[in-house]
Design a protein around this ligand. Structure first.
Ligand code: DON
Length: 424
C-alpha cells in the first residue's frame, strides 16, 4: 500500500496550476528575473517526515520568511521581555514596508514587518568575527539539516535598491530604538533575506516549529518551547501583514510569506506546509501559495479554530490485576494536557477509598504538558491521602526531570508487566 498523501499534494498542485494572477517582485531586480512558472509544495509532519512535489529542488531566497527565525534567535538569547522592549507584537494593518512606528511606544509594531525585522536583526547576538546574518544562516542550516548558502546576486541586487529599508533604518536610529549603524544593520537584514532554500529545506525548518522546538530526527531541543509559542503567535497575528485577518479567517494557520514567492505555515503539533510560486499579490504573498493554503486548510481541516476535542481518548483501559485483584491499573494514551488531566482526575475521584494499589501507566502517552504532570501528581497525592498506594509507570521516559521533581518516589521506570509480576 502506498500512502495517498503525495498523490493528494500533486492533485492540489495541478488544480492550482492555472492560476496565473500576480506579478514578480520587481523592486528587487534579481527577483524580477526568476522563472514565474516554478511551483512547489511540501508538507512535513512533527516526526520529520517530508512529502514534496513540483519544483522541490529549486532554490529561492527566504526574504521575509527569515523574519520569524531571526526573531526566534533574538528571543532565545535575550529572553522575551528584553526583545519586547525593542519591538512590539501588535498587528500593524499596514504594508510590510511601511515607514511607521507605534504612536504610543515609538517602537516598530511587530517583528514581521520590515521596521520590526530590521530592529530584530540588530538583536541577533554577534560573536567574534561572525555577522548576524551568518549566525542566522548557521542556525537555519541546523534546522534544515544541511548547509544553506546566501544568494549573493539577490543580496547585491537588493542592497543597490534598498532606499526604503534604509529610510526605515535611519528612522529607527533617529528615534533611538536602534543603537548601531543603520546601514550595517539594513545590509545585514538584506543578507538574512538572501538565504537560499528549497521547499524541502523550509519543511525541515518548519517541522521543528510544529514539534515544539524539537528536531524529530536528532531529538535536539533547538528552540525553547516559550520561544516557539511567541514566534507562532506573532506569525498568526502579523505574519501576513495587512491581510492577516483575511488569512486567519480563511486559512487559520500561523504563517509567513516572502516576496520571492514562498509561504510557510505551521500548525502546532500537526504539520508544516511550504509553497513556492513566485508571482505575488499586492500584500507580497504568493498568489498560488494563498490559493493552495486555503485549499489545504479546507480539505484537511487544518484551521486552528477548528480544534477537535482530544480528551475523549486519555483512558485506554482500566482493569484490575494482582493475586487478590487489589491493583487497579489505569492505562493512559495520547497527550496529557489540562483537558485530559481534568478528565483523568474526574475518573480517579470515583475510586473508592481503600488500601488498593493504583497504577497509572504512561507508556502510551506521547507527551505530558507541564500542567498535565502537575495535575497528575496532585491527583496522586490525593489518592495517597485516601489510603491508596500509587505508582506511575514511566518506562518510556515521557516525564521530564523537571516534571518528576519532588515525586521521584512515585515514579517507576520498569515496564508495566514486569512491575505487575511482583504481585502475581
Ligand atoms: O525587505 C524587503 O523588502 C525584502 N527583503 C523582504 C520583503 C518580503 O519578503 C515581504 N514579504 N512578503
Amino acid at each position: 500500500m502506498k500512502t495517498p498523501v503525495p498523490d493528494y499534494l500533486q492533485h492540489v498542485l495541478t488544480v492550482c496550476h492555472d492560476n496565473d494572477q500576480g506579478a514578480l517582485a520587481d523592486y528587487i531586480p534579481e527577483l524580477a528575473a526568476v522563472d514565474p512558472n516554478k511551483f512547489a509544495l511540501a508538507l512535513t509532519t512533527v516526526d520529520g517526515t517530508i512529502y514534496s512535489t513540483g519544483d522541490d529542488e529549486t532554490e529561492f531566497t527566504m526574504q521575509s520568511m527569515s523574519k520569524p527565525f531571526a526573531y526566534a534567535l533574538a528571543l532565545q538569547h535575550l529572553g522575551i521581555p528584553a526583545v519586547l522592549e525593542k519591538v512590539g507584537v501588535e498587528p500593524s494593518g499596514e504594508a510590510f514596508n511601511q515607514i511607521s512606528l507605534d504612536k504610543e511606544t515609538n517602537l516598530p509594531k511587530n517583528p514581521m514587518i520590515n521596521s520590526g525585522a530590521i530592529i530584530t536583526h540588530s538583536l541577533i547576538p554577534v560573536q567574534k568575527g561572525i555577522s548576524r546574518a551568518e549566525c542566522l544562516r548557521r542556525f537555519l542550516s541546523e534546522l534544515a539539516g544541511r548547509q544553506l548558502e546566501f544568494d549573493k546576486q539577490v543580496y547585491k541586487s537588493e542592497v543597490k535598491t534598498a532606499f526604503r529599508n534604509l529610510s526605515i533604518g535611519y528612522m529607527l536610529r533617529t528615534v533611538g530604538v536602534l543603537d548601531s549603524d543603520p546601514v550595517e544593520i539594513v545590509n545585514g537584514y538584506i543578507k538574512q533575506c538572501a538565504i537560499k532554500v528549497t521547499v524541502k529545506d523550509l519543511a525541515n525548518i518548519c517541522s521543528v516549529l510544529a514539534n515544539g522546538g524539537v528536531q524529530a530526527k536528532t531529538g535536539k531541543q533547538l528552540l525553547e518551547r516559550d520561544v516557539v509559542r511567541q514566534v507562532l503567535s506573532v506569525m498568526m497575528t502579523c505574519g501576513m501583514y495587512d491581510a492577516a485577518g483575511d488569512w486567519l479567517t480563511t486559512v487559520g494557520i500561523p504563517a509567513k510569506s516572502g516576496v520571492s514567492g514562498g509561504i510557510i505555515g505551521v500548525l502546532p503539533g500537526q504539520v508544516g506546509i511550504v509553497v513556492f510560486s513566485p508571482k505575488i499579490d499586492e500584500h507580497g504573498h504568493s498568489v498560488r501559495g494563498v490559493d493552495i493554503f486555503e485549499r489545504l486548510s479546507r480539505d484537511m481541516g487544518l484551521h486552528l479554530m477548528e480544534g477537535t476535542p482530544s480528551a475523549q481518548t486519555i483512558l485506554q483501559s482500566r482493569y484490575t490485576a494482582g493475586k487478590n485483584n487489589d491493583i487497579v491499573v489505569y492505562e493512559l494514551r495520547g497527550v496529557l494536557q489540562f483537558t485530559e488531566s481534568e478528565m483523568l482526575l474526574r475518573i480517579l475521584q470515583d475510586e473508592p477509598d481503600a488500601q488498593t494499589r493504583i497504577v497509572i501507566d504512561l507508556t502510551n502517552l506521547t507527551l505530558i504538558h507541564d500542567v498535565g504532570a502537575r495535575m497528575l501528581f496532585e491527583g496522586v497525592k490525593r489518592l495517597q491521602a485516601n489510603g491508596h498506594k500509587v505508582v506511575v509507570i514511566d518506562s518510556e521516559g515521557v516525564l521530564g526531570e523537571e516534571q518528576v521533581k519532588g515525586n521521584k518516589r512515585v515514579v517507576v521506570t520498569e515496564e508495566l508487566e514486569r512491575y505487575l509480576e511482583k504481585f502475581s
